[in-house]
Design a protein around this ligand. Structure first.
Ligand code: ZN
Ligand code: ZN
Length: 174
């Protein structure tokens, strides 16, 4: 007894079958977070590679990654220049003085080209630092989707007071 395989559909896919099913279509969150990860690969600060995508109505309005201002030497050529700051809760954090964060670069790109980002959302490969969150609030971002958590305890109060939503969209990428 042998049945002919006639389950192929007109687009070349198969209705079912071990490992040969049609590729799963990306959902919107997965799609924009994947773009943020791709963009992070342009980052130049050796302290971390972050990507950000500003989105409204399923359209990408602006993108950014962390790195030095345009035309300035990048950290991966000249090394990071680290400064330390102490949070009011006593924790000490280190940042790179050369670098503009990905979220701010995405906002700067929108400003440069006259793109309104009011009432938009942002996808970031890591949750924002408190300084970027303050700017995201003021440009009218409604929801922040992030992959990896970064010191969320430092932004919890500001999130609560501002009403900006922070939503985890974990990716399968490393
Ligand atoms: Zn750096
Ligand atoms: Zn930041």
């Amino acid at each position: 007894m042998h049945e002919e395989d006639n389950s192929s559909c007109c687009c070349g896919g198969h209705a079912e079958g071990a490992g040969s099913g049609p590729e799963k279509r990306l959902g919107w969150h997965e799609y924009f977070m994947s773009v943020a990860h791709l963009i992070s690969r342009r980052a130049t600060c050796t302290r971390g590679h972050i990507g950000a995508v500003i989105v409204r109505d399923h359209n990408i309005l602006s993108t950014g990654y962390n790195g030095a201002p345009s035309g300035m030497p990048h950290c991966n050529d000249t090394n990071c220049r680290i400064y330390r700051s102490t949070h009011p809760d006593g924790t000490v954090e280190e940042n790179c003085v050369n670098t503009i964060h990905a979220e701010i670069n995405a906002i700067a790109q929108a400003a440069k080209h006259g793109v309104s980002i009011k009432d938009a959302d942002i996808y970031i490969t890591a949750s924002p630092c408190i300084h970027c969150l303050k700017v995201l609030i003021n440009v009218g971002i409604r929801t922040i989707y992030y992959d990896k958590p970064y010191k969320i305890e430092h932004i919890a109060e500001l999130l609560r007071l501002s009403g900006v939503r922070l939503v985890n969209v974990p990716s399968e990428q490393p």
